[in-house]
Design a protein around this ligand. Sequence first.
Ligand SMILES: *[C@@H]1O[C@H](CO)[C@@H](O)[C@H](O)[C@H]1NC(C)=O
Ligand SMILES: *[C@@H]1O[C@H](CO)[C@@H](O)[C@H](O)[C@H]1NC(C)=O
Ligand SMILES: *[C@@H]1O[C@H](CO)[C@@H](O)[C@H](O)[C@H]1NC(C)=O
Length: 284
Amino acid sequence: MSTLFLVALMALAIVQNSAMSDDFNQLFQPNWAPDHISTEGDQIKLTLDTISGCGFESKKKYLFGKVSMQVKLVEGDSAGTVTALYMASEGLNHDELDFEFLGNVSGEPYLVQTNVYVNGTGNREQRHTLWFDPTAAFHTYSFLWNRYSILFLVDEVPIRVFANKEENGAPYPKTQAMGVQGSVWNADDWATQGGRVKTNWSHAPFVSTFRGFEIDACELSPETDDIASSKCGRVGEFWWDKPRMSGLNRHKSHQLKWVRRRHLVYDYCMDSGRFYEMPRECIV
Ligand SMILES: *[C@@H]1O[C@H](CO)[C@@H](O)[C@H](O)[C@H]1NC(C)=O
Ligand SMILES: *[C@@H]1O[C@H](CO)[C@@H](O)[C@H](O)[C@H]1NC(C)=O
Ligand SMILES: *[C@@H]1O[C@H](CO)[C@@H](O)[C@H](O)[C@H]1NC(C)=O
């Protein structure tokens, strides 16, 4: 087979296997309190009030790829509220990747909590402040997930790398397809200043706005039972799979260092009092 033909074949495979669209309705559907979700042009507004929060989920599930959304968070007094963007598989032993935006009283900073669940177990939190006001404008939050690592990106700046440390015996999410979800809910038992500050319902409704939905990922059909040899599991089929995607380039590693120095406020891997034995992915 000629190289050119192979390249053409691969390009065709990519066109067929990945979904890229900013059309909310094409990719997503409400999955909790649809009456609290409204559309305004290309924007989706999620409302939390005394009656309910709400959320949406992707119609499809994906194994590896890049998922991005632009979000503008609840303004003013957002204490007690959490806006979330996450990927999750189903069932008790599910895998999950989280961005959770923990609100605060007016003028105090939001925290971004990220977490990784593998086979039903999380407890892998990091917390960051942001270098901008996330309520003033839209910013892009992304997951870039491949067999080497999971990058959590804010406006393309990596704030966290969860590397595959299976060689150290650490679990890594790579066998379950995940859906993409967004939601807003009340979490005033823990979210703001450790749960000390409660949601002030006289400031409801609390609204977070989403737009710019992009899923460039490998869609896995629910019938697939042999994931490793499925199109999503084969090595080198997609751009996120290429060997150059196995690490950060110089520029991105500098950005990550800067974020860790200036904006990291909590890292479970540095919380030695919390674990009897440090999680294996924390061992360098
Ligand atoms: C996932 O967790 C279950 C127990 O909840 C365990 O039986 C199973 O072996 C685990 N799978 C992997 C791949 O670690
Ligand atoms: C809220 O503001 C307080 C005071 O500045 C800060 O300690 C806390 O980390 C902020 N974020 C959250 C989610 O509590
Ligand atoms: C809630 O907000 C109202 C209106 O701004 C304010 O008067 C009240 O003191 C707030 N309640 C608390 C517990 O902060």
